[in-house]
Design a protein around this ligand. Structure first.
Ligand code: HSE
Length: 311
């Protein structure tokens, strides 16, 4: 019996100005997933966590990915998946992407490394579509490639892996619910040319800064004139957290994915820890429970923890 155990990292999509096109993998939190290749065609999903996610394959993010792979290959084999999620669904830290990317990568390895990275991303996007209604790859791509990725296009899939600068990420997840579908719904469908030009400058500056390890340029470019002003109203204390983080030495940051998590980049671990402490204190003061994470940018993405070819 072939079996694989994966450690799948959280991801920060958008990276402030790069809505739907930029994303980075971090180390904490992460999900654990164990996939076994079955000789019979069924797909079995089991969760070992408290999130009560649906286990029916067609309604489960990992399940739908495996169904699509099975259908594409006319497979007579199936999969049993045991998922232990630590990335809370709806956190804005790429929880659905972790399940989708883990399932697609795991299946590919179990079947003999049959898919390219981009094919894995193609299948994983079915999971994102189920979760949020949109086939976006800005969380999946960094999970698969590691580091920071640019999704130049999803149709055709054209992913550009970028540098993974030696920076620390402080992230806070306040326990308030923000659904990706809702936080996409409220966005304006049209933007002015003036805003578009500003945003293009920021995205190009951010990509250049990442590639050149130019931290001040990264900081100056972490600026979003289109999405953040609208979405931030869904996140309590967003402005205060951002302002204080910058005062404490953050290079910059903003909403992680569609929120409610907020992330900040910092050059030093100590600075990131101070920022994380401050983020938590702000939510403690208003009695909102929150979880904070400090980690480096994760250059490797999904990690294989165990692989057994025979049982
Ligand atoms: N780019 C997506 C969004 C990420 O911001 O809606 C969702 O996780």
């Amino acid at each position: 019996m072939k079996k694989i155990k994966l450690k799948i990292p959280a991801t920060v999509a958008n990276m402030v100005c790069g809505f739907d096109i930029l994303g980075m993998a971090i180390h904490e939190p992460y999900d654990e997933m164990e996939i076994t290749l079955l000789e019979t065609p069924e797909i079995i999903i089991k969760h070992k966590d408290q999130f009560k996610l649906p286990e029916e394959p067609s309604k489960n993010v990992a399940g739908i990915v495996l169904l699509k792979i099975q259908e594409h290959l006319n497979l007579t084999q199936g999969f049993e998946v045991v998922i232990h999620k630590h990335i809370k669904p709806g956190s804005g830290l790429g929880s659905s992407a972790a399940s989708a990317a883990g399932a697609a990568l795991g299946a590919s390895i179990l079947l003999g490394n049959i898919f390219s990275k981009d094919e894995i991303i193609h299948f994983a996007m079915f999971g994102e579509e189920l979760a949020s209604g949109v086939r976006h790859a800005d969380n999946i791509a960094p999970c698969i490639y590691g580091g920071i990725t640019l999704v130049k296009s999803t149709n055709p899939i054209d992913i550009i892996p970028l540098n993974a600068p030696d920076l620390f990420v402080a992230a806070v997840h306040p326990q308030v619910e923000v659904k990706t579908s809702d936080s996409r719904q409220i966005l304006k469908k049209n933007i002015s040319l003036k805003s578009a030009i500003e945003q293009w400058g920021n995205i190009a500056g951010l990509v250049a800064g990442i590639q050149k390890n130019d931290f001040p340029l990264i900081g100056r470019s972490l600026n979003d004139v289109i999405i953040e002003p609208i979405r931030s109203i869904l996140i309590p204390k967003f402005d205060e957290i951002k302002m204080t983080s910058l005062q404490l030495g953050a290079l910059g940051g903003g909403i992680s994915g569609s929120g409610p998590s907020i992330f900040m980049l910092a050059e030093e671990k100590e600075t990131a820890e101070k920022i994380a402490f401050q983020m938590k204190s702000v939510y403690d003061e208003i009695n909102i429970e929150s979880f904070v994470y400090v980690s480096k940018i994760n250059p490797g993405g999904i990690e294989i923890i165990e692989e057994s070819k025979q049982h």
